[in-house]
Design a protein around this ligand. Structure first.
Ligand code: AMP
Length: 505
């Protein structure tokens, strides 16, 4: 099928051609005609399926066709997106697909000054793309009226719920005109999402996009069992040895993102962090640097897991596994976009073990194990309390929270796992693992530099004298006996460095 057969008007067809799109993606093929026929649509579509164009194109077309006379002041289409980045990205899509039309759009989101947004609104816009929080601010200040909205698009509805925006979303929807067309997108469907959709949709057509080869199926996935304190070095090895050029690294907590960036920077690898404690200016700059290749690595909390479309991300690395298994799918969906291949590596420490089980359960697949020199049997075999994040001290909660930036701010969360009893000095040979030296083991008197311990696999750590990575794993037995030695499924990343001599077993 070609775009021409979807009755798309010429100025938009030209714009699509300029983008290099040859044919519509399945979601576009199904959604565009329905929206052009005034139907409400509920689209269940994974990330990377082309869902943005599926609503941007018909919204542009219908607004264009209905435009007569000068532009009114109030927006006629409202697109709600859960994150600032997604809102900015949708705005870019309106730029691109609407470049030959005379329609004006504006993205409003928090983290940047509200005054320029108010001024832009006063000049009139056709299409408003907004995050719920900033839109509520504008509504409360009576700087905007939504009564002329003819199209309402709720993007990433499940994420909206996760982020606690449900009340804002309902409030916003209740101030829209009743006579409007609605489009509701969600990557997953559960009762809460379905209940939310009932609030807006009128007799919707449901479109479930489960292509034969979903983006996730196309991603080469591998899990590395590794102790928490070895994650930094494993990351460095993988990036260097595989010469990765565009890597998105996900961590569990905001402070950790900054630490990983520092660690990479010290190793000569340009990296940027993006998380909820960064200002909007910093977040935009980080994204731009990553997009342009100035930064080789973007280290993110789950705030960047959904909807962000950055071209040519070759690798996603889950430095920490997500505590919400669905987020695994969203995270790794940042690679293998637009028909490209991609690789997702996940680091699984003992405290991540349960998360890995949950991920394998929801994705209904076993993720291949990597055989590598930092392999940790204790991580692989962790069960019970050892397989979960430690309870957060002082908060009474368990593990990581659910903030938009990922797992909240608990500093005691994942990194203070018991580290065995050997009392080896952590700094002996570990000087680069700046990521997680808090609350570590206590057999050596609770010193932060001690208590690192030997795992049950009894692997040899080699010398104790400050040789860092080179001290380990070079031995033929070293730590990489891993899966391979036990004949399990696995992929070899053995040799002197993780990622070298990579071969499938
Ligand atoms: P989305 O799921 O909307 O984030 O889109 C994922 C990626 O697919 C983006 O890079 C789009 O530019 C690209 N894309 C969307 N529609 C098409 C199409 N019909 N042909 C090729 N690429 C597309």
């Amino acid at each position: 099928m070609k775009f021409e057969s979807l009755d798309i008007i010429d100025p938009i067809l030209r714009a699509l051609k300029t983008k290099g799109y040859v044919k519509p993606s399945p979601i576009q093929e199904k959604t565009i005609p329905l929206l052009l026929e005034d139907r409400d649509v509920i689209g269940i579509a994974q990330t990377g399926t082309g869902k943005t164009a599926a609503f941007v194109v018909p919204v542009l077309q219908k607004l264009h066709e209905r435009s007569n006379g000068p532009r009114g002041k109030n927006p006629r289409a409202l697109i709600l997106a859960p994150t600032r980045e997604l809102a900015a990205q949708i705005s870019e899509s309106f730029d691109e697909y609407g470049k030959f039309l005379n329609l004006k759009h504006l993205a409003v989101y928090g983290g940047v000054g509200i005054i320029p947004q108010v001024r832009a609104l006063q000049h009139g816009v056709d299409i408003l793309i907004a995050t719920p929080g900033r839109l509520m601010d504008l509504m409360n200040q009576r700087k905007i009226t939504l009564r002329d909205v003819e199209f309402f698009v709720l993007d990433e509805a499940d994420r909206m719920l996760d982020m606690g925006f449900v009340h804002d979303v309902k409030k916003i929807a209740s101030s829209l005109s009743v006579e409007r067309q609605n489009l509701f997108f969600s990557a997953t469907m559960n009762k809460a999402v379905s209940d939310l959709s009932m609030n807006f949709l009128r007799n919707p057509v449901r479109i479930d996009i489960t292509p034969e080869s979903t983006p996730v199926d196309k991603i080469e996935q591998c899990v590395f069992f590794v102790d928490q304190y070895d994650k930094n070095e494993l990351l460095l090895d993988l990036i260097k040895q595989q010469n990765m050029t565009k890597v998105l690294v996900f961590v569990g907590m905001k402070y950790k993102a900054d630490r990983v960036v520092d660690m990479l920077g010290k190793a000569g690898i340009s990296a940027e962090a993006i998380h909820g404690n960064k200002s909007q200016y910093q977040r935009t700059r980080a994204l731009n640097n990553f997009k342009s290749g100035r930064a080789r690595v973007l280290v993110a909390t789950d705030i960047a897991a959904r909807g962000i479309d950055i071209k040519d991300i070759g690798h996603v690395i889950n430095f920490d596994l997500p505590n919400e298994p669905e987020n695994y799918v969203h995270r790794i969906g940042r690679t293998a976009r637009a028909g490209k291949d991609g690789t997702a590596y996940s680091f699984c420490a003992a405290c991540d073990r349960n998360f890995l089980h949950q991920i394998e359960r929801i994705t209904k697949q076993r993720i291949e194990h990597a055989d590598h020199k930092y392999h940790s049997l204790s991580a692989k075999n962790a069960v019970g309390a050892a397989a979960k994040p430690a309870p957060r001290r002082g908060f009474g909660g368990g593990g990581r929270g659910r903030s938009s930036g990922g797992r909240g701010n608990s500093r005691g969360g994942r990194d203070n796992r018991s580290r065995g009893n050997s009392g080896r000095s952590r700094d002996s040979g570990r000087s680069r693992t700046g990521g997680s030296n808090r609350g570590r083991g206590n057999a050596s008197g609770g010193s932060r530099d001690g208590g690192r311990g030997r795992s049950s696999e009894g692997r040899s750590r080699g010398n104790s004298g400050g040789h860092g990575r080179s001290a380990r794993g070079d031995s033929p037995r070293g730590r990489s006996s891993g899966n391979g030695a036990r004949g399990g499924r696995g992929r070899s990343f053995s040799g002197n460095s993780a990622g070298r001599n990579r071969s499938r077993r």
